[in-house]
Design a binder for this molecule. Structure first.
Ligand SMILES: Cc1cc2nc3c(=O)[nH]c(=O)nc-3n(C[C@H](O)[C@H](O)[C@H](O)COP(=O)(O)O)c2cc1C
Length: 400
């Protein structure tokens, strides 16, 4: 999902986290979205319209009655313009007004006139947030279909620990993308494996590979944005996601296999994008191998369980199994063989020797292969590849 050319209307309120919205505006502008901002009177005590205007590259809307053009009623024209309204930070005060239909300034009036997705991002002192009246107001908003992003727990600006902190802006961006994305995976449960595995020789040394996990994480975020409930079983990686995804961390191929085995029947779509080690050392040394004790070291390897094959062989009628195939030669031929041998529904094949494909880069060049179809894709970002893979999966599901 790209935010390019999307029209995003932000409402900033008078909370201490108002300064953090400046970074949100920057993220959205970098994604080539169009941003317009309404500030409440009290928001202007925390940050200036000048800052917001400069960052959003648009004039800032401050007052219901300020328009020079009597024929342009701003709370209506902004509503027509925007694809989504994001209220961040949302104060206890504005939440109370929203929940009770009060329309005494430009933001509250626009809110009532807005009939497209709305995202409210509360941020306040934890006692305020936990106050029963504030909670009842939040429930009221949720009940009428307003999306409320829960604040985080941590050290608050007022010096206390508790729930009420403004969430990471990257998390807000993901929620915006989710709300604007098509929901063709609504109700689907998706299991994805990602990253490398580590096969230990002794307590400190292991055999692994260069997988970064980026492809698996991009798939997980894409599925989440399209409405799925997602679990990611990940080997050791240095990336994180801000999407509301369940993550199970594993290290070895065997741990990944055991995890997949125990949970796989709860999912509709299973995607195996992890670069699982095919082999592991036959003998694990309980203590560190000492160089003084060995002149030469032979490592004997034994096969790891084949997770994709296991999932293909045991798949239920309602499940679809997607495998990844990293090849260095005969890409389509080898991948088709894999599709049949592993009883998979789809194979995502890539030639890892091609520049811009495979491990540890932000792009990928893949060919999507089912029994009926072969679709070669150009070099795309891993996020775009994830989108195309799910388009292919949705098409496959529709034709099944
Ligand atoms: C320094 C300071 C920080 C504040 N921070 C918050 C906050 O984080 N969240 C909140 O709900 N209210 C906060 N308030 C209270 C609001 O500013 C106050 O309720 C105000 O009426 C909100 O106006 P608005 O919702 O129209 O922007 C703060 C007030 C002050 C003086």
């Amino acid at each position: 999902m790209s935010l390019k050319n999307k029209n995003i209307l932000i409402g900033i309120c008078g909370g201490i986290a108002a300064y953090k919205v400046c970074e949100l505006i920057r993220f959205l502008k970098k994604s080539e979205a169009n941003v317009k901002v309404i500030m409440t009177n009290n928001a202007q005590r925390f940050i200036t319209p000048l800052t917001v205007q400069t960052l959003s590259q648009n004039r800032v809307y401050l007052d219901t009655f300020e328009s020079e053009y009597f024929y342009d009623i701003e709370h209506i024209s902004l509503t027509a313009w925007a694809d989504i309204l994001v209220v961040a930070p949302a104060t206890a005060n504005i939440i109370g007004k929203f929940a009770n239909g009060i329309a005494d300034d430009l933001l509250t009036t626009t809110f009532l006139a807005f009939n497209k997705p709305i995202l409210v991002v509360p941020a306040m002192n934890s006692n305020m947030f936990e106050n029963k009246i504030v909670q009842a107001n939040i429930q009221k908003l949720k009940q009428v279909g307003i999306n409320v992003l829960e604040p985080e727990a941590g050290l608050l600006a007022c010096g206390v620990y508790g729930k009420g902190r403004y969430p990471e802006n990257r998390k807000i961006v993901i929620e915006i993308e989710r709300l604007l994305e098509k929901k063709d995976l609504d109700g689907k449960r998706v299991l994805i494996t990602a990253g490398p595995t580590r096969e230990y020789l002794d307590p400190v040394r292991f055999i692994s590979n260069r997988s970064s996990g980026k492809m698996g994480f991009a798939l997980a975020e894409e599925a989440y944005k399209r409405g799925a409930k997602v679990t990611l079983v990940s080997g050791p990686v240095n990336i994180q996601t801000y999407a509301d995804i369940e993550i199970v961390n594993v290290e070895t191929a065997y741990e990944m296999y055991e995890e997949v085995k125990s949970i796989k029947d709860k999912y509709d779509i299973l995607i195996f994008s992890a670069a699982v080690a095919d082999f592991k050392p036959k003998n694990f040394r309980e203590s560190k191998i000492k160089k003084e004790q060995e002149q030469e070291l032979q490592i004997e390897l034994q096969k790891n369980p084949d997770i994709l094959k296991y999932a293909g062989e045991t798949k239920k009628d309602w499940q679809i199994v997607v495998g990844f195939s990293a090849e260095t030669e005969n890409l389509i031929e080898n991948s088709k063989k894999k599709l049949y041998e592993k009883n998979a529904d789809l194979i995502v094949a890539n030639n890892v020797l091609q520049e811009g494909a495979g491990f540890n880069v932000d792009t990928n060049i893949v060919t999507l292969i089912s029994k009926e179809k072969v679709l070669e894709l150009p070099k795309l970002s891993k996020e775009e590849v994830a989108g195309r893979i799910f388009d292919f999966i949705v098409d496959y599901l529709c034709r099944r």
